[in-house]
Design a protein around this ligand. Structure first.
Ligand SMILES: Nc1ncnc2c1ncn2[C@@H]1O[C@H](COP(=O)(O)OP(=O)(O)OP(=O)(O)O)[C@@H](O)[C@H]1O
Ligand SMILES: [Mg+2]
Length: 388
């Protein structure tokens, strides 16, 4: 199926020190051509910004999806292979597996596991198909996407910012579990840089981009949180964020949702296909989480770890989302929460007398502290790893 060593010897890529040849799953072009019926149009699953994607079946019987990159990578072959190797090692139940790559002549291809139910957009935006997705299934999809992002941002140690989260990049397995695809493509195309940086080439998809990214090219983990918020609102409403071109009152689903929220009419955003009085609370809670994620100021948006906590713990009260809230800093939270007005000392213990809103804010502050502690701990672990 794959050829790991011999092919690379023929590639004449110079210094191969960084690429661990034996670990990189390389696929032969000929075998991929045979698997996809010579990249036949009838095997094409779709076409995205990086090129067409073909369905294929290897000799072993394994079904694959082959992404034939039409734009040459902006980096050298060695870096390309390094990135593929690193990304192919990521494994999580909510990420599509990258099985390997093929590099021959001008060709660069990425090989993924095939997802039988294709992508989420084919379901939620289709008037017939979306009837098959009830609220329970949609909630499972929302939660799975959040867990996949959490893995990319935190648990994978690579701290990958996806930068192109959208319904067509959420694939569905045979049980309709969501799997995020195309993670790490930004790394492959930008030479592995993936931190909080300013990029001249804005990649991503209009409608899912947060304001700071679309306007200034500035991205961070909170950009993914914004895109997740848009996705969540799309899943709940069954409407595309960009399907509002002719609407005079709102330019997007996000704008529409803010409008309804401010008018105390947010129930109207719910897809009638999933509305059921028994699920109303759970749906409303999700919408509120979605709105927290699409707040304009990145620092107002919760980290994805907080989002996961908010999704799974139904008793946690949520803060009230605000399109553009005058931001309260963590320091101000602390001053507020520890101010003498709100607390009375009782022996060595402090008893809190907080209003409900302040209690929510305080809880959010505690969650953020927890986030910071986890980050610090990871940082220490990493340092310890590199300087034992
Ligand atoms: N592993 C896969 N299994 C099944 N279908 C896939 C797989 N990968 C992609 N597809 C299908 O191929 C289509 C094109 O995917 P592709 O990722 O190239 O484009 P996109 O997601 O629309 O845009 P982008 O280039 O921004 O990711 C998707 O809509 C999806 O339905
Ligand atoms: Mg894609």
């Amino acid at each position: 199926m794959t050829d790991t060593g011999s092919q690379l010897q023929n590639l004449n890529i110079g210094d191969q020190k960084k690429v661990k040849l034996e670990e990189l799953p390389l696929f032969e072009f000929e075998k991929l051509a045979a698997a996809t019926n010579n990249f036949h149009l009838s095997n094409m699953l779709g076409k995205g910004g990086f090129g067409p994607v073909y369905k294929g079946k290897l000799e072993s019987g394994q079904e694959i999806a082959v992404k034939r990159l039409s734009k040459a990578s902006t980096q050298g072959l060695e870096e390309f292979m390094n990135e593929v190797l690193v990304i192919s090692k990521l494994q999580h139940r909510n990420l599509v597996r990258l099985l390997g790559c093929c590099i021959e002549g001008e060709e660069q291809m990425l090989i993924y596991e095939l997802m039988p139910n294709k992508s989420l957009d084919a379901f939620i935006f289709d008037p017939l198909q979306r009837k098959d997705l009830d609220w329970k299934m949609r909630f499972n999809i929302i939660e799975g996407i959040a867990r996949g992002i959490l893995y990319l941002h935190r648990d994978s140690r690579l701290r990958i910012i996806h930068r192109d989260l959208k319904a067509s990049n959420i694939l569905l397995d045979d049980e309709m579990n969501p799997k995020i695809s195309d993670f790490g493509l930004a790394r492959i195309f930008n030479g592995g840089e993936d931190s909080e940086i300013n990029t001249r080439r804005v990649v991503g998809t209009y409608g899912y981009m947060p304001p700071e990214y679309a306007m200034e090219g500035f991205f961070s983990e909170k950009s993914d949180v914004y895109s997740f918020g848009v996705l969540l609102l799309e899943i709940v409403s069954g409407r595309k964020n960009t399907s509002f071109y002719n609407d005079e009152e709102s330019l997007s689903l996000v704008g529409f949702a803010w409008k309804l929220w401010n008018e105390d009419n947010i129930l109207s955003v719910i897809d009638p296909e999933i509305y059921d009085p028994c699920s109303e609370n759970s749906i409303l809670r999700c919408i509120q989480i979605g709105l927290l994620c699409v707040q304009e100021l990145p620092k107002e948006r919760p980290a994805i770890s907080t989002v996961v906590m908010m999704l799974i713990s139904e008793i946690t009260q949520l803060p009230s989302p605000n399109k553009m809230k005058s931001a309260m800093t963590i320091k101000e939270f602390r001053v507020n929460a520890t101010g003498s007005k709100n607390s009375i000392k009782k022996g060595k213990q402090t008893k809190w007398l907080l209003g409900l809103d302040e209690a929510h804010d305080h809880l959010m502050w505690l969650m953020m502290q927890l986030d910071n502690l986890i980050k610090e701990r990871e940082e220490m672990d990493r340092k310890h790893h590199t300087n034992p």
